[in-house]
Design a protein around this ligand. Structure first.
Ligand code: NAP
Ligand code: GDD
Length: 374
């Protein structure tokens, strides 16, 4: 064996292995990139779906240190099989039915994935005998504070979940803590406040706003319909937040941490800034369902409220206190400011909508040409 081969073998022996559930999601894709950069062998769990194109991780799929396995949070056997086969040093459990409004429509599925799914992972770790060596990150959420009992919220604030999603995540939080205490396992809950990015799902409010603002600015959409404009969120940048997931698993003892910016803004403020970055100044008039967002220059109505987007119970006052993470993880809560976050999302979407527009233009020209020459 020559020196180069020996070095390669040593590197592979030392290479840490991790499993990421929810690898196709916003956080899963950023976390994969971070862990690959750190030299990990990354194993992602994917669901069988009718489309094989996984946009957020497509650029990673040809690497030999990135592997995908079919599995599902509702299928214990698949989880036991993957964990047994990989023998991971770390598991990041990010998979979830993560949309709060959808959890009112699909409460049973949400509970199965977001609550029982956590139990399945923890038991799979025990059954495969890696419970003393494998560290586990559980994706908990600021939604646990729900109908908030204090502002700002920290690790000591009582939970008051306020949606089927939050109730399911509450089980996930406590079962993770229970396994830490009962079986001396290294399990951490990251209580993450909202984090957004250019990869955010299109039905979450921030991405819905940036995409619509860009379409309106480029003449592809007339109006944007939203729900509660007065809801407060503590919004950070997802790429900054995945680093905390990794940091939590590198500490001497496992614990639970709030990750937030310590700054809150309303949906209305987010929209105003996003439209500002596409060159439209908004002003809001009216109240409740009658509130409207006008283009200050033209007087045109660009935003209206629709009750369709109201939730049976809504969480309206999230503001995190990240002091603990700052002190003990060295977390800098303001890596990316609110303004920078909105701007980077808008810049990304301006470009993607322009490409969409260009493609449509070419398609229309081709169709017109075919019709003329038929
Ligand atoms: P996301 O973009 O919606 O991604 C969710 C991931 O879960 C997707 O990869 C999805 O796979 C997967 N998934 C859903 N059901 C599954 C099942 N039955 N089996 C296996 N995989 C399944 O969510 P995210 O924003 O990245 O959030 C990651 C995690 O953090 C979630 O647990 C979320 O609840 C939690 N969280 C998010 C935030 C936030 O602001 N983003 C804040 C606090 C906590 P498909 O691609 O196949 O659908
Ligand atoms: N989605 C959506 N669509 N929300 C709207 C709309 C709209 O048209 N109009 C107003 N909102 C309000 C919602 O009522 C809510 O108060 C707020 O905007 C944020 O909604 P979402 O962006 O859907 O996020 P979320 O806060 O409910 O949930 C996200 O953050 C949680 C962390 O606090 C998700 O990522 C969860 O998975 C995560 O746990």
């Amino acid at each position: 064996m020559n020196n180069k081969m020996k070095k390669e073998l040593d590197k592979n022996k030392k290479r840490k292995k991790c499993i990421i559930t929810g690898v196709t999601g916003q956080d899963g894709s950023f976390l994969s990139e971070l862990l690959l950069e750190k030299g990990y062998e990354v194993h992602g769990v994917i669901r069988r779906s009718s489309t094989d194109f996984r946009e957020r991780i497509a650029h990673l799929e040809n690497r030999d240190d990135f592997h995908l396995h079919y599995g599902d949070m509702t299928d214990s056997l698949s989880l036991v099989h993957i964990i047994g086969m990989v023998g991971p040093d770390e598991i990041y459990n990010l998979a979830a039915q993560s949309h709060v409004q959808v959890s009112f429509d699909e409460p049973e599925f949400t509970a199965d994935v977001d609550a029982m799914g956590v139990l399945r992972i923890l038991e799979a770790v025990r059954l495969t005998g890696v419970d003393k060596t494998c560290r586990i990150y559980q994706a908990s959420t600021s939604e646990l504070y729900g109908r908030v009992e204090e502002v700002p919220q920290s690790e000591t604030t009582p939970f008051h979940p306020y949606s089927p999603y939050a109730v399911a995540k509450q089980y996930g939080f406590w079962i993770a803590k229970e396994y830490r205490e009962a079986y001396d396992m290294y399990v951490c809950n990251g209580i993450l406040f909202n984090h957004e990015s250019e990869r955010r799902g299109e039905s979450f409010v921030t991405r819905k706003i940036t995409l619509s603002a860009c379409r309106i600015a480029q003449g592809k959409q007339d109006k944007l319909f939203l729900g509660n404009l007065s809801s407060f969120r503590d919004w950070g940048y997802a790429k900054d937040y995945v680093e905390c997931m990794w940091l939590m698993l590198q500490q001497e003892t496992p614990d639970d941490y709030v990750i937030a910016t310590g700054e809150q803004h309303t949906v209305r403020e987010f929209a105003t800034l996003a439209f500002h970055f596409v060159g439209i100044e908004l002003e809001f008039k009216g109240e409740g369902v009658d509130e409207k967002g006008y283009d200050k220059d033209t007087g045109k109505i660009l935003i209206e409220v629709s009750e369709e987007f109201y939730r049976p119970t809504d969480v309206v006052n999230l503001l995190g206190d990240p002091s603990n993470a700052k002190e003990n993880l060295g977390w800098n809560p303001r890596n990316t400011s609110f303004e920078q976050l909105v701007k980077l999302m808008v810049e990304h979407d301006m470009e993607s909508i322009a490409v969409e527009k260009e493609k449509e233009h070419i398609r229309t020209n081709v169709v017109e040409h075919l019709e003329r020459t038929r």
